[in-house]
Write a protein that binds this ligand. Sequence first.
Ligand code: NAD
Ligand code: ZN
Length: 368
Amino acid sequence: MKSVKVPLGERSYQIVIGPSLLKAVGRKCKQLKLGQSCAVITDDRVEPLYAKPTIDSLKASGFNVTLITIPAGEKSKNLRLVQNCYDQLAQARLERNSFVLALGGGVVGDLAGFVAATYLRGVDFVQVPTTLLSQVDSSVGGKVGVNLKAGKNLVGAFYQPRLVLCDLDTLQTLPPREFKAGLAEVIKYGIIDDARLFKKLESEMERILKQDPKVLGSIIAKCCQIKAKVVGADEKESGLRATLNYGHTIGHAIEAITRYGTFLHGEAISIGQIAAGVLSHALCQFPEKDMERIRALFEKAKLPTSLRFTATQREKLMKAMQLDKKVSNGKVKFVLASRIGSVSPGHVVPNDMIHAVLEQIGLESSES
Ligand SMILES: NC(=O)c1ccc[n+]([C@@H]2O[C@H](COP(=O)([O-])OP(=O)(O)OC[C@H]3O[C@@H](n4cnc5c(N)ncnc54)[C@H](O)[C@@H]3O)[C@@H](O)[C@H]2O)c1
Ligand SMILES: [Zn+2]
């Protein structure tokens, strides 16, 4: 078992990573002296797999538990379901000292976290992430929220959990495509902060894909450590936290123009990270050989590294980038790398250079 601290003064919390942790949920919540009653929010795919052991553990430690199950999938991250959760919490008479526990992937974590942040002006919140993406990324750092018709994550809050429990065993039931998509964020941590992690991923990728628990545990812990360090230094994203968006400017645009239906987030940001690597080579002396190592690692992880779009789609992609909520003063900003393990945010890149890179990574027009 490994433990990583997110250093936020009085609001600091632990991320615990290891096998068989679901059965320790109750004991861990008790140690934190959380209130007697709680709501477990999960989705209808995770519920039949992991709700019972979680609830049994909570009950064995003396907690009263209400179970709330939402439909699986991104579409559930909406205000109607938030309202529905509030109603169920009120019906179960959950009071100010009760807590909400998110059991599931990033969708459940973001929605349940927003419910916890706002119900009775905030009740305690515990995250039990069950996807690789949520274990290394969304459960750490306190961003919670839901989507609007106008765009993703447009309503939300910064609200830190009291505890994050990553049970490695839960990943065994994750569809392989979802697991690989999570690896795109894992590789990102190597690129933005840790050349040694990147090297380890290069040498251990086969074992990681087989979900060897020892390697996986230490890699997830490393990723959480990096995110914890970044969030601890810049909780509300005024600078350093933006580095976590490496590969996301183009990645988000790819997701948007394909209406979130073609690529998983991790797949879109794999292509985005390749594009950011090419831009880094052009603008930040990012070495060609590092670019090749990045491409090779994504290929080893069986993630996409190129895409072919029509000219019309490419125009849409440029427009989608302008609409991204991270754009300020109308300027699209990129996180770029100077070498593996070191990036900086805030690079303004001329449009013609973005076009050139899209061509170079295989997004060239098939209409012309
Ligand atoms: N808050 C943040 O900082 C942050 C960061 C990154 C992403 N996100 C958000 O996270 C969401 C994506 O999260 P995700 O990739 O975990 O997707 P997800 O929550 O939709 O889970 C993916 C699928 O896997 C299923 N599933 C979950 N755990 C499982 C398990 N152990 N076994 C079998 N099936 C399982 C789910 O039911 C779902 O169908 C997006 O909404 C994104 O905006 C938030
Ligand atoms: Zn991401």
